[in-house]
Design a protein around this ligand. Structure first.
Ligand code: ADP
Ligand code: ASP
Ligand code: MG
Length: 246
């Protein structure tokens, strides 16, 4: 099986969590699966980059913002590869340029147009765990682009589609998709299942648990998504076509 696993910022926010994620992925790898890991920047690092940019220039160029943003995800993937190595497992980190993750050139809101799969396939064939930067791409000039805040979810789904993965799992800091934001609405209930359309509606209404374009892409490519916590083993929520209306 080829499994794409995406971990958000909170899930890789510090050393302990990075090792926790590495160990979780190692279990899957040791079963003989091909594992592709997509990561966000650590914790609130992307917000810190925004603050740093605005401190220099209150109206920074969008191209330079993308140039700056890419270091966040690049830091995560390199540290994660080092964590795998520390655990004695073969792993390699790749950024959008190395993969060749092509996008439109709309800085800050680019759309993935094509992902080349040769490099990832070659690394998987060498039995490497492949760790890919979320959120970033390259345009036709080989300039870095980003997919919009929260865009690492979309990277994961686009990679799952390009690699024809058997599963795409989005690991986050809540147990799954709830009827409302569980941090704001304590009575919100976790859903076992939700349809693409209902999930898309929630995402467009601001439920940042999944990037809206990731849901659109999952629907278009008919890729079921599992949204679950990186902190525990609870089942999570399946996002797919045939789910009952909430
Ligand atoms: P990640 O860094 O893993 O991508 P995000 O912060 O982007 O995580 O998304 C997870 C957050 O989405 C949760 O912490 C939660 O507060 C928020 N959220 C908003 N609406 C929902 C919802 N309906 N179900 C689950 N989480 C939600
Ligand atoms: N690091 C980016 C952000 O904070 C992308 C992501 O987390 O999905 O928006
Ligand atoms: Mg997110």
């Amino acid at each position: 099986m080829l499994i794409v696993k995406k971990f958000g910022g909170t899930s890789v926010a510090n050393k302990e969590r990075i090792f926790h994620v590495a160990k979780r992925c190692a279990e899957e790898y040791k079963k003989g699966n091909d594992v592709v890991v997509v990561l966000s920047a650590m914790g609130k690092y992307t917000d810190e980059l925004v603050d740093m940019a605005r401190d220099i220039n209150e109206n920074p160029s969008e191209r330079e913002m993308d140039m700056l943003f890419t270091i966040g995800e690049q830091m995560s993937v390199a540290l994660m590869a080092m964590a795998f190595h520390k655990l004695g497992l073969p792993a390699v980190s790749l950024n959008a340029f190395q993969v060749k993750m092509h996008t439109t050139s709309v800085h800050g809101n680019a759309k993935i147009t094509n992902i080349e799969t040769e490099r990832i396939r070659a690394e998987l064939a060498q039995k490497n765990i492949v760790i890919v930067t979320g959120f970033q791409g390259i345009d036709e000039n080989n300039d870095y682009t980003t997919l919009g805040r929260g865009g690492s979810d979309t990277t994961a789904v686009a990679l799952a589609a390009a690699l024809q993965a058997d599963a795409c799992e989005i690991y986050t800091d809540v147990d799954g998709v709830y009827t409302a934001d569980p941090r704001k609405v304590p009575t919100a209930k976790k859903l076992d299942e939700i349809s693409y359309d209902d999930m898309l509606r929630m995402a467009l209404n601001g439920a940042e648990v999944l990037h809206s374009r990731c849901v659109e892409l999952a629907k278009k490519c008919n890729i079921p998504l599992v949204v679950r916590s990186s902190m525990n083993d609870k089942e999570g929520t399946i996002v797919r076509g045939e789910a009952l209306v909430v």
